[in-house]
Design a protein around this ligand. Structure first.
Ligand SMILES: [Zn+2]
Ligand SMILES: [Zn+2]
Length: 281
């Protein structure tokens, strides 16, 4: 028994469309984590949600937890692309942090209602519930065997990074999309390093690599991290595998393939996320 991760999409900020984006995919962030006992945890609901829903549809209908890092549109818009919300056999538990601009219930119910969407969430057939995380740095248990702990990371409007542990296999993954490592305070750095290392280094780090260090100054304040920082965090926290994501919308397959070669020269255990791939953790 083991934990598995499906990449529905890891494009950053906006979808990328066209034949130059086939290999890494153009859909925005949405991942499906399947625990040892088949627990289904969706991480963010970008346009990759369509592929995630396709994977869910191949499994027994039932309970799905959707955990949000934050509510920027590239992590939310895929809710409109989930046909399972219209089926009574499915149940969705939306969990997320509350920021100054609102929480999980505000974000989901505003998007899934007119004028943004013709069918209000209240008229969808699936059973829908909302759970506001009492604090971003707390922990909760999902479906008995998945332990989820969070930590606030620097990003405009706020964002939470999560560590998910599978109590059956003992494996863990840190999901840290949308963070600007350069803007961290000492307290934020300590908290994030703790998340990566406690009780032991995670098996996999999924992290924002929207930019490279050479682009840092031009994009200061945009809320994203360089791939070099992602590799450095993994190396210094003892995490052996890294999956880099939130790919820049303009970076086509040729660009990302060249980048991946650079990445592997520095860290052979690192790779760039490809939409449609399954990873055994
Ligand atoms: Zn984003
Ligand atoms: Zn964001």
């Amino acid at each position: 028994m083991t934990m598995r991760l499906f990449i529905g999409g890891m494009r950053g900020s906006q979808p990328a469309i066209g034949s130059g984006f086939d290999e890494f995919g153009g859909d925005t962030t949405s991942l499906l984590l399947v625990g040892s006992h088949g627990e289904r945890l969706v991480l963010d609901a970008g346009t990759g949600m369509r592929a995630v829903a396709g994977q869910l549809a191949q499994t027994e209908p039932g309970k799905v937890t959707v955990l949000f890092s934050h509510y920027h549109l590239d992590h939310l818009i895929g809710l409109t692309m989930n046909p399972l919300l219209y089926k009574a056999q499915w149940s969705f538990n939306f969990i997320g942090p509350t920021f100054a601009d609102g929480g999980v219930r505000d974000a989901v119910t505003q998007l899934l209602a007119p004028p943004y969407w013709p069918v209000s969430w209240e008229r969808m057939n699936a059973h829908i519930e909302f759970v506001a995380l009492p604090r971003p740095d707390g922990c909760l248990t999902v479906r008995q065997n998945l332990r989820v702990c969070g930590c606030l990371v620097p990003h405009p409007g706020g964002c939470v990074a999560y560590r998910i542990e599978d109590s059956i296999s003992g494996k863990s993954v840190v999901f840290a999309t949308d963070l600007e490592w350069e803007k961290r305070t000492p307290a934020e750095e300590t908290a994030f390093r703790m998340l990566c290392t406690t009780p032991e280094p995670a098996n996999l780090l999924v992290i924002d690599a929207h930019f490279g260090r050479v682009q840092r100054e031009a994009f200061a304040g945009w809320g994203h991290t360089s791939w070099e920082d992602g590799l450095e965090i993994a190396a210094s926290t003892g995490i052996p595998r890294v999956l880099l994501g939130h790919h820049a919308p303009a970076a086509d397959d040729a660009t990302l393939r060249a980048l991946e070669q650079q990445v592997k020269d520095v860290s052979p255990g690192a790779a760039l996320a490809r939409a449609g791939q399954w990873i055994v953790i």
